[in-house]
Design a binder for this molecule. Structure first.
Ligand code: PMP
Ligand code: GLN
Length: 378
């Protein structure tokens, strides 16, 4: 039997969370909150279950949720997406990403991604016979060299994948980045996959640059998003994909045979919950507080950092502390100091060790204080 994915092993998120559990360490590795979703939202799910919303949802998702997403896009960015033909509810952003790639990529197609990259892009591309063309982000500031990207585009380039705010670096794409990308893609058939799961977690008054804002991008883009990130329930696995009609049509062909449809009662609840914009608008301030608290508590530590601009991740550089590689150091911190993080070389196929660890600050203030106490002793 020959493996279709010979180089894939268990994801680092599972590995570090399991180690944290075994070692009874504070788990700031895998990205998930250690506090609960709003009780009102949980009650809405309960009500939906008691009201008989327990059978298959419609294939593209329930209309009221697609409509609520469409309204959110209009409210935030003044762009209109047709809920009937351009929005599909998915089992988390992971399935949206998988389906967008499956619907687009065939053997020998090239897909440009940026490293360090979130872990699900590359294996999915590979699974459909595509070839990943990796562009290394500048390890200091994680900026994209658009001239380099331009030089890598060939006749076989089928897709480019961007992620803003960016996991793991916490960097965001700027207006200038998006305009450069728009210029680059003009007069090509290249599809864009814009992974925007951290759309509502962005700091210091910056504005999220969704691909939807740029007409030359929007016409060719799958935008993927995750309610797990937005409403603190990563375990529900509900997300969505927004794309123009033609792309959505192809997307749904795969979606219907991939999952057919997504968890019904949570969709009913999310549709209702989204009607109150403050439920998502308050998220920036909520996480800005957590980022600022975490960073203020560790400012005297030996870790170096530049503040995360978005996501709920903070990179900490440990070059002043040890020469060990990031993986070994992450394991040691978990075993000996009882705090778990993610070594970022794993987002780079374990090749580029920049002595940087990723810490998730989607944690209670109490947990962040405990984490800081530990980090200050190292
Ligand atoms: N993209 C990025 C950049 C992520 O960090 C994650 C993980 N949360 C996902 C996609 C997957 O999201 P979901 O949990 O909704 O599948
Ligand atoms: N996105 C989360 C992270 O970056 C993990 C999700 C997963 O475990 N696949 O930590």
């Amino acid at each position: 039997f020959s493996s279709k994915l010979p180089n894939v092993s268990t994801s680092i998120f599972s590995v570090m969370s399991a180690l944290a559990h075994k070692e009874k360490a504070l788990n700031l590795s895998q990205g998930f909150p250690n506090f609960e979703s709003d009780n009102n939202l949980i009650e809405l799910v309960n009500n939906a279950m008691f009201n008989g919303k327990n059978q298959y949802a419609p294939m593209p998702g329930i209309f009221s949720l697609r409509k609520a997403i469409s309204d959110k896009m209009e409210n935030l960015y003044q762009v209109r997406y047709n809920p009937e033909t351009e929005i599909t509810i998915t089992a988390g952003a992971t399935q949206a990403i998988f389906t967008a790639i499956a619907a687009t990529i065939s053997k020998d197609d090239e897909v440009i991604i940026f490293k360090p990259a979130y872990d699900c892009y590359e294996p999915t591309i590979e699974l459909f016979g595509g070839k990943t063309i990796a562009v290394q982000l500048n390890p200091e500031d994680f900026k994209i060299d658009w001239q380099l990207v331009k030089s890598l585009i060939t006749e076989k380039t089928k897709m480019i994948i961007v992620n803003t705010p960016h996991n793991p670096s916490g960097k965001i794409l700027t207006k200038d980045d998006m305009t450069q990308l728009e210029t680059l893609l003009k007069n090509t058939n290249i599809v864009l996959l814009s992974d925007e799961v951290y759309e509502h977690i962005i700091f210091d008054g910056e504005k999220h640059q969704t691909a939807a804002l740029y007409p030359g991008l929007a016409e060719r883009t799958f935008i993927t998003a995750s309610f797990g990130k937005t409403f603190h329930n990563t375990g529900w696995k509900v997300g969505y994909c927004i794309a123009p009609k033609e792309l959505t049509h192809e997307f749904r062909k795969v979606h219907q045979f991939n999952v057919f449809s997504v968890n019904h009662p949570t969709q009913v609840a999310l549709a209702e919950y989204l009607k109150t914009p403050s439920n998502y608008l308050e998220l920036n301030a909520f996480y800005q507080h957590k980022r600022d608290l975490f960073l203020s508590l560790i400012k005297e530590s030996r870790f170096e950092f530049s503040p995360s601009k978005g996501t709920y991740f903070q990179l900490l550089n440990f070059k002043n502390i040890t020469e060990e590689n990031d993986y070994d150091f992450a394991v040691k911190l978990t075993q000996k100091y009882k705090i778990a993080s993610i070594p970022i070389s794993v987002f780079n196929e374990n090749t580029l060790d920049t002595k940087v660890l990723r810490f998730c600050f989607a944690k209670t203030d109490e947990t962040l204080k405990q984490a800081a106490e530990i980090l200050n002793t190292i």
